[in-house]
Design a binder for this molecule. Structure first.
Ligand SMILES: Nc1nc2c(ncn2[C@@H]2O[C@H](COP(=O)(O)OP(=O)(O)OP(=O)(O)O)[C@@H](O)[C@H]2O)c(=O)[nH]1
Length: 652
């Protein structure tokens, strides 16, 4: 098909216009093959004639001029033919042959020359292969020539005809008949080829029409799926032709076309002016890319118009070609997203919880609560920091791993306690919870930080109250019981003995009675401090209650005697230390502070024990019994619980 289109393009224009500008294919342009046959036939005929004349009439070389001219004409026609200019070639051939034949007729007897038989054939061929005008022209030329030959002969202007043997007449006539027959065959074949080509062209046209319809349907489907319509605006006519999807978007019946004024009246009043300006710019050659609202019934639709103005393919009409995209859903989604982002922003701006957003450790956002929590003067000074600068070094590894897990969407404990650092370096106890989010279009981590410093302090206080004596800050009876159980269990494992010293201040009550409870408290605190100085770090000094203290000595010797000796040494050290006079500051009734010296001693009951022979209750009871014995013995003394009773398990 393309090859044929190419051939048609190459056919010379002036000749094509001789038939009134009709499609040369349909007007019967000769095919390249047939034209070649015709030229070849003339060439071969000319050569054959020259050869025949050379053989039959070697002495009459002048007779070969005719065939020689025919040969030249054919050679001349071959040149345009080789360049695809078929009609020019046929023209050269027809008129050339006509001219040569006329020349021969002049020397061969005028209107009686045998060659005149070729004229009708040439007229027919020119009419068929070229067009009616050429045939008419050739006919007129032939009639005039015939009249001319007749008059020339009548007036005796014609040269005497060459004396020709009969064989020449015979040969000429046979050649003319053959040539005529060949031309008629060419014409018929050209006609048949033309018909075949027309049928082929018709079938091609049908296929092209079908393909075009399919493409049009596909385009409609694609436009409907993409919600993109197209239009062409004829600037002179001021009419906009719309595709089916464009009609749907504008709420018009399929196949509608609208004027610019009608379209503008459909545009939302708030957007109309701006669109009109854009349209004017487009008419001056600018491209339009404009988003505006249109009113379709009672609904508002968002559309994006993209267009360019220019000339139609005919190069005459000015027009604008554009597409219309229905972006209502996109706009609604954008509005919803914006609303949700604003809500999120407001929420995190006002929440009392501290929130940071970071990507790969770089802080991107900090809410006011976070700025306050980290003691930053403003958001910018916090944004300059990396997360690693805000995390306590001890927790950095675990926090970094958590961030990695969050980024990789690996499940983790939602909230953990950690220590963070304020910008001034102070430590804050916090609970952190991280979530993977998309921030500014890229993955990031949203961290929620809760300051639990106050809660931690309160917990510590509660712990202190639950397990420590508030006056002396020593472990209380509950914690002592726990440590004693641990000591029993440890001694069972290690086979080493432990010792428990039960201490009771002697004659403490009179101090309270004489100087008041506050002074008694001072003594109790001083006694506690002295006790702490008498023992190792692994030992426990507890306030059992009132003026009673307990000292638990662990990890003594594996032998009972040695352990008893070690415990006795510590007990003696304690007894000595606590009997040193106490310097206490007393306030008189008049609130005047005076220092008094108070002498106080202690009675110590001691027991050396080891699991599993002893249990915590027994040990306490045995030490208490021994302490009672020390009191009985006159106070300020140390008594060990009898080991025989321990060994036999006697507990009375
Ligand atoms: N200042 C003060 N006194 C307390 C506290 N707890 C108990 N006491 C007093 O401690 C005293 C203990 O009395 P006791 O041990 O029976 O009497 P004591 O005078 O030490 O006599 P002995 O123990 O027999 O030598 C009581 O007067 C209690 O009121 C306390 O927390 N502070």
């Amino acid at each position: 098909m393309l090859a044929r289109e190419e051939k048609i393009k190459n056919t010379d224009e002036p000749l094509a216009r001789l038939d009134g500008g009709a499609d040369p294919l349909i007007a019967g342009a000769p095919s390249l093959t047939l034209a070649r046959y015709a030229v070849a036939a003339v060439l071969i005929g000319a050569v054959a004639s020259m050869m025949a004349l050379g053989v039959l009439l070697p002495e009459a070389s002048v007779r070969t001029v005719g065939p020689l001219l025919l040969f030249l004409i054919a050679a001349l026609a071959w040149y345009p033919l080789s360049r695809g200019k078929i009609k020019t070639a046929v023209c050269v051939l027809t008129f050339g042959v006509w001219a040569v034949m006329t020349g021969i007729a002049v020397f061969a007897g005028g209107v009686r020359a045998p060659v005149v038989i070729i004229y009708p054939v040439l007229i027919l061929m020119s009419g068929w292969l070229l067009n009616a005008r050429v045939a008419m022209l050739l006919t007129a030329m032939t009639v005039l020539t015939t009249v001319g030959l007749f008059l020339a002969e009548s007036w005796g202007f014609l040269p005497p005809p060459l004396a020709s043997p009969v064989v020449i007449y015979f040969g000429d006539q046979i050649l003319m008949y053959l040539l005529s027959a060949a031309l008629v065959v060419f014409v018929l074949r050209a006609y048949q080829n033309r018909l075949r080509e027309l049928r082929q062209a018709s079938s091609d046209l049908e296929h092209r029409t079908l393909a075009l319809q399919e493409r049009k349907a596909e385009l409609h489907r694609a436009q409907a799926v993409a919600k993109v319509g197209s239009w062409v605006y004829d600037i002179a006519q001021e009419t906009m032709s719309l595709s089916a999807e464009a009609c749907r978007i504008f709420g018009l019946a399929e196949g509608s076309s609208v004027s610019l004024a009608t379209y503008l009246s459909q545009v939302h009043p708030a957007d109309r002016n701006e669109l009109e300006h854009a349209w004017q710019r487009a008419l001056q050659g600018d491209a339009i890319d404009h988003t505006h609202r249109i009113l379709v019934g009672k609904t508002v639709r968002w559309v994006r118009q993209k267009a360019e103005s220019g000339f139609a393919p005919d190069g005459l009409k000015r027009r604008a070609v554009g597409i219309t995209q229905d972006i209502t859903e996109l706009k609604e989604a954008q509005a919803a997203l914006q609303e949700s982002e604003e809500r999120y922003r407001t929420m995190i701006e006002w929440t009392p919880e501290s929130i940071l957003v970071h990507r790969m450790g770089k802080i991107l956002y900090a809410n006011p609560a976070a700025i306050k929590l980290f003691g930053a003067p403003d958001a910018a000074s916090l944004l300059r920091k990396s997360t690693s600068e805000l995390i306590h070094p001890d927790d950095l590894k675990s926090q970094t791993e958590r961030m990695k897990s969050i980024s990789n969407h690996v499940p983790i404990t939602p909230m953990v306690a950690a220590r963070f650092l304020k910008l001034d370096g102070r430590v804050i106890d916090v609970e952190v919870q991280g979530t993977a989010i998309i921030y500014d279009g890229e993955p990031a981590i949203h961290v929620c930080i809760r300051d639990i410093s106050t809660r931690k302090q309160m917990e510590d206080q509660i712990r202190q109250l639950a397990f420590f004596d508030h006056l002396t800050l020593l472990p209380n009876r509950r914690l002592l019981t726990d440590r004693l159980s641990q000591a029993v269990a440890a001694s069972k494992r290690s086979s080493c003995f432990a010792a428990l010293l039960f201490l009771d201040l002697d004659n403490f009550k009179p101090l309270n009675d004489q100087h008041g409870h506050a002074v008694g408290d001072l003594l109790l605190m001083e006694a506690a401090a002295r006790l702490m100085n008498c023992v190792r770090g692994v030992d426990t000094v507890a306030r059992f209650g009132g003026d009673e203290f307990v000292v638990l000595l662990t990890e003594l010797d594996a032998r009972h005697a040695e352990s008893t000796e070690q415990a006795a040494i510590v007990a003696e050290k304690i007894r000595t230390s606590l009997s040193i006079p106490y310097q206490l500051t007393v306030k008189t009734k008049e609130q005047v502070a005076t220092r008094i010296e108070h002498h106080c001693t202690i009675s110590v009951g001691a027991v050396v024990f080891r699991g599993p022979e002893s249990d915590p209750d027994d040990v306490l009871k045995w030490a208490d019994t021994a302490m009672y014995q020390a009191k009985q013995a006159g106070r300020n003394s140390i008594r060990f619980y009898a080991s025989t009773e321990q060994a036999t398990g006697h507990r009375s």
